[in-house]
Design a protein around this ligand. Structure first.
Ligand SMILES: Nc1ncnc2c1ncn2[C@@H]1O[C@H](COP(=O)(O)OP(=O)(O)O)[C@@H](O)[C@H]1O
Ligand SMILES: [Mg+2]
Length: 374
């Protein structure tokens, strides 16, 4: 397996730029997710890594070798597979064996490789079935089998679970990650689904309009989003954003929204008066009768141990709170709200950029932990 490095990658289609100055490194053995909404340039990035698309500028290194302008077939260390791109008239065995037959491998060795892959994927009992008779999940395993037998240096996957129903997707997420770990693979996985990325990735690159907005482990992008876009895209229900206008000075530890003084992580830069946003995740909103930040309950959604309460503040913002299911809350109730001060993110409303605060210390501590474990 091998490290993949992408440096200042650009891709223009006529006058439309699909990928803009993208740089990241996928460490050997990592499960790396390219995450972002439809059209943000994920597939184009993956196709450039695979060699199916040439960059307009920038470089791609595979195991320290510059492969930017190599053809896909010359990048034998990377391999893209599309799920369901199987030969329907062939049985499972012949589908998995196909790349090895093309390589001219001997029959006994092919049989050995196919059986080993089938065992890894737990589809040994299906080897003699035609793929047309398989469920979608088993087809996916066959497609994986065909990728595994090639023993590529890296797996590139483009929304492989998109066609599956929710329950099955969760199962396949776990299986794919377990498979990656068993093979010691390097994987670049493209998805628009933040839950998939959060569940599977070692590192996530959050993409928006052709650019990587943030690069980091799931906990880092969740707890310390670098922009409103990242904060909003990751997490369900999404982060709450409360608009306010203020000048802030380095060292301050509170903001004012309407009549309420809210504690925030210590500000680490001077901000001239301008529109700002306070970002609070639903699990960091609590009810407190004596809080001057008043809100009305618009509705509740019971989730077993937790309830998601939708609220309208007196200032006209809509918020979601994820509270203990035992917390009484009924439509029409008036409540006071408090936030966990240390968990508040602050953003410049115009640029979307996160302000520098003591919250960044949490980020550094996560990074140090990551460095120790990784
Ligand atoms: N061959 C192409 N010609 C022109 N535009 C393209 C081509 N491929 C992709 N695009 C455009 O580039 C943008 C990014 O596409 P893509 O990488 O497929 O996004 P994603 O996979 O994130 O949904 C989209 O706006 C898409 O329409
Ligand atoms: Mg795509």
């Amino acid at each position: 397996m091998a490290e993949i490095r992408v440096q200042h990658l650009h891709k223009a289609f006529a006058d439309f730029t699909a990928v803009k100055d993208s740089s990241f490194a996928v460490r050997d053995g990592d499960f790396f997710c390219l995450l972002g909404p439809s059209g943000c340039g994920k597939t184009t990035t993956l196709r450039m890594i695979a060699g199916l698309e040439l960059p307009t500028s920038g470089q791609i290194f595979l195991a320290d070798e510059d492969v930017s302008f190599r053809r896909a077939s010359e990048r034998d260390i990377a391999f893209v597979f599309q799920m369901f791109a199987l030969y329907p008239h062939m049985n499972v065995r012949r589908n998995i064996a196909f790349p090895l037959v093309s390589q001219g491998m001997g029959r006994a060795e092919i049989a050995r490789q196919v059986e080993s892959a089938a065992k890894t994927l737990r589809i040994s009992h299906l080897l003699d079935k035609p793929v047309s008779q398989l469920s979608s999940g088993d087809r996916q395993r066959v497609a994986l089998g065909r990728a595994i037998v090639r023993q590529p240096k890296a797996f590139l996957m483009d929304e492989p679970l998109g066609a599956l129903d929710a329950e099955f997707r969760e199962l396949m997420c776990r299986e794919l990650r377990a498979l990656h770990d068993r093979l010691g693979a390097t994987t670049v996985y493209v998805t628009h689904d933040q839950m998939e990325a959060m569940a599977m990735a070692d590192v996530i690159a959050v993409m928006n309009e052709g650019m990587v907005e943030q690069l980091g482990p799931p906990r880092e992008v969740y707890e310390c989003p670098a922009s409103v876009f990242v904060a909003d895209f990751i997490g369900a229900p999404a982060m709450n954003f409360l608009p306010f206008e203020a000048a802030l000075a380095r060292g301050e530890e509170a903001i004012r929204i309407g009549p309420a003084h809210l504690g925030v992580p210590q500000i680490r830069e001077d901000i001239t008066a301008r529109p700002l946003l306070a970002g609070v995740r639903p699990e960091h909103v609590r009810f407190a009768d004596d809080s001057p930040l008043r809100a009305e309950v618009l509705g509740t959604e019971y989730l077993g141990t937790r309830t998601v309460v939708t609220l309208a503040t007196a200032q006209g913002a809509t918020l979601r709170a994820k509270v203990d299911a035992a917390t009484p809350a009924r439509r029409g109730d008036h409540v006071g709200l408090v936030f966990d001060a240390s968990a508040v993110s602050l953003f410049d409303a115009a640029s979307g950029r996160a302000l520098r605060t003591a919250r960044d210390d949490a980020l550094q501590s996560i990074q140090r932990q990551g460095a120790r474990h990784g």
